[in-house]
Design a protein around this ligand. Structure first.
Ligand code: ZN
Length: 144
């Protein structure tokens, strides 16, 4: 059951990505690379008044890296950078196999990627966009 949910979510976000496009108003851009698999993405965020008001990604990569980026953006758009960092920490805990049920709920659809915790070879694909997000947010905080 968990695995078919994973398959459906993955397919849905690859066939109909909501956030895979350029973002003309982006205030922040950050590249992420996973050479192991060849995933190469660019994350674009529009951060205004301490809210991630919009976001998108471009680039190429496998189904897992692309779906993970799309799901992540769906989750963090409308949140503050601190909330987004909190969700990134939860996503890492999930992939590390040490997340509680309550925490898993906070991840909403991203919880479908829990299956990756049992697929060590794909961990870098799933975490690429989240690592890129964290780096972008760290850099944006240091600007002030
Ligand atoms: Zn990949």
């Amino acid at each position: 059951m968990a695995d078919s949910f994973y398959g459906e979510v993955l397919a849905d976000h690859n066939l109909h990505p909501l956030h895979r496009h350029e973002l003309a108003d982006a205030t922040h851009v950050c590249k992420g690379l996973n050479p192991t698999c060849g995933d190469d993405i660019e994350l674009h965020l529009d951060i205004k008044d301490n809210i991630i008001s919009d976001g998108s990604f471009t680039g190429i990569g496998c189904a897992i890296s692309q779906a993970s980026a799309d799901i992540m953006l769906e989750l963090v758009i409308g949140k503050t950078p601190d909330e987004a960092k909190h969700l990134t920490a939860l996503f890492r805990k999930m992939i590390g196999g040490e997340i509680s049920d309550d925490e898993l709920e906070e991840l909403e659809e991203a919880g479908a990627l829990q299956t990756i915790s049992k697929m060590p070879a794909r961990v870098k694909c799933a975490t690429l966009s989240w690592n890129t997000l964290e780096r972008l947010l760290d850099e944006s905080t240091h600007e002030h």
